[in-house]
Design a protein around this ligand. Sequence first.
Ligand SMILES: [Zn+2]
Length: 250
Amino acid sequence: MDLNRATEIIKNSDRITVFTGAGISTASGIPDFRGENGLYRTVQKTYNLPSGETLFDIDYFDWDPRPFYRFTGDMYGLDPQPTRCHRLLARWEEEGRINLVITQNIDGLHQKGGTKHLLECHGTYDRGHCRACGCEYGLDEYEATMIRGEVPHCSCGGVIKPDVVFFGENLPDEFYRLWENPPESDLILILGTSLNVHPASDLALKLINRAPSLIVNRDATDFDRFIDTVIHGELEEFARTMEESFRFTL
Ligand SMILES: [Zn+2]
């Protein structure tokens, strides 16, 4: 992986907008969703689902929320921590190099890693709403139940669902506001995503029409030809090299 070019580009940028996907979190132990040994394949078996995607299907959740919460409990058990790459982005933001991180992930690792300006395209576990009465809950009100892998209930008896975006649900309003008003960027840095999850990835594709772009991803993507600089490799190696080039310790 030749990262000299990437280093040079990033050193000359101070309004970088970053777009991340599952690949940035795999080093923390969270499996990719769609890969060969991805989550969707294993959860189908583990939780006896019609398909892996059912885990995040809103109709299925309303019918039976237990598999989603068993899965969430299991993920808590892994106790994932921010990767070197998450910390790298927080460091660059602190230095004023990054203006916004847009993520497709719902693992909360960007916040944990220290990123402040963040758009979570697929929502968050930090808040939840009752499916019956619409009442809002903070994470601290239902986290303990989720950690046990059990279904949290509202005082009305309805099921609480975290504000993560399921199939069949709209993306958060912030996503559409950003779509209408994209940030001024001098570089679009795409990390750990094959840009195949729509409509979130459409935002990245829109942004790369407006500014120079650089992708670092393990595998080739269908969109590489539209991106100015393409690097195939592991993000941990990318982060380690950047750590050396920028002379800081993460
Ligand atoms: Zn309720």
